[in-house]
Design a binder for this molecule. Sequence first.
Ligand SMILES: Cc1cc2nc3c(=O)[nH]c(=O)nc-3n(C[C@H](O)[C@H](O)[C@H](O)COP(=O)(O)OP(=O)(O)OC[C@H]3O[C@@H](n4cnc5c(N)ncnc54)[C@H](O)[C@@H]3O)c2cc1C
Length: 451
Amino acid sequence: MISPADEDLGPADVIIVGAGLAGLSCAFELAERGQAVLLLEAQPWVGGRTASWTESDGMRVESGLHRMLGVYRAFPDLLRRAGIDPDAAIIWEDEVEFRQPVPEPPAVFSVAPLRNPLQMLADIVGHNDYLPATAKLSMSRFVAQGLADYAADPDALDRKSVLEYAVEQNVQSAVISKLLEPLVAGIYFVPAAKLSAKVFMALIAPYLPNAAAMRVGAFAGGMTEVFAAPLAEAVRRRGGRVRTSARVEELLVEGGRAAGVRVAGRELRARHVVLASSIRATQALLAAKFGGEAWVQSLLRLPTMPAVTLQLELEGPSMNVDHTTFGVGTSLACFSEQSRTTFRGLAGRLSIIMAPADELIGLPVDRVLTIALEDADRLGLVVRDRVTRYRMVNHVDDFYSLAPGHDALRPPQITPVPGLTLAGDYTRQEFVATMEGAVVSGQLAARAVLG
Ligand SMILES: Cc1cc2nc3c(=O)[nH]c(=O)nc-3n(C[C@H](O)[C@H](O)[C@H](O)COP(=O)(O)OP(=O)(O)OC[C@H]3O[C@@H](n4cnc5c(N)ncnc54)[C@H](O)[C@@H]3O)c2cc1C
């Protein structure tokens, strides 16, 4: 906690608000280049949407099920430079499952073309009981056309939803219900009708020149413990200061320039301020000082969208294998057993991303648990009567809305206010709302600070 007598809060070169991946990445880059940084985080732990923590009853909880994608470059590179071995932090799974309500057959797809090329080919050509060959062909044509349109005019794709776009491209309805909808709900918590076609293609586009990078990895422990806290430690080793439980209440502006922030009633001064705080917090801090100025209007209009996660401790594993699973046609949009990966040592541990988030977020936790257990039964998961502890972790306003028409509202990192820079996955970078995007945004912000 920040106290009025805290002497460790003298002037900094740069104050960074928010220790999610964007703030941590920005702090690391600046500290690495000799800047005296002060990183301020509202929560008692670092990591933001990638945080993990232990609840008062001892249950270990995470912000939500996360997957490292093999196509990410900036994030693993940051880990390496901070002295964190990505190979120790990540357990590559190399397959994903699409599970339908029983007795419909599931489909497990290999996603590791380099490590298992024949299996991947067999999975794509095979699984005809899940999707007929003609349906798979219509999906391939859709992706090929989508990537071409994304390269030619990405903003045109932001004017329609991925569902509208798929229908326009004659994608078969079985592909929409068994592949497109589960993927969109599992990755972005919304139905395909509410996701911009640009955002969908943005996630696939990086694989185009680099199919070998098509891999999916789980973390080998809670994310704060595996990478966020070690990143904060790397900032400290480079002379930076990191303070948790330090919620910034106000941005200080003097003579038209950002001059610092106010925390717990105390003014902290710096040459430069980077707002890497959650989108809603940043909007509020900016509205209070620049609400009437033209440059900030688009950002103030950028809406948010929710995410809902449910995490269950169980008497035994819910599935035979820990791997990423999409629950086709159910509220269990994306889930994984984690007792052999992220939460080893537990008898059973299921982490679930629930959808549609906007309908579930207002419901009491017991109601969401009931819905999840009913759908777990339909999917044949061994969960009912085995739950020992559970938590729902909601993100009401943490994501910028990925619906059509919103991409253009995302701001660049650089602002017209001297001494003020923005970071966060919602700021302009190619990797949309992902860990990679957050890291890249932090690096772009650091570059802006250094001029
Ligand atoms: C359930 C879920 C699943 C996800 N799955 C994946 C995945 O599989 N793969 C992937 O790549 N990405 C995934 N993501 C997205 C990824 O977590 C985010 O894109 C990324 O972590 C965003 O980082 P950020 O630093 O931009 O924002 P955040 O992590 O939101 O950081 C903002 C920080 O600012 C702090 N803050 C807010 N207000 C203040 C204030 N006034 N003063 C000080 N601090 C403040 C917040 O506490 C927070 O720590 C997922 C996210 C969720 C929620």
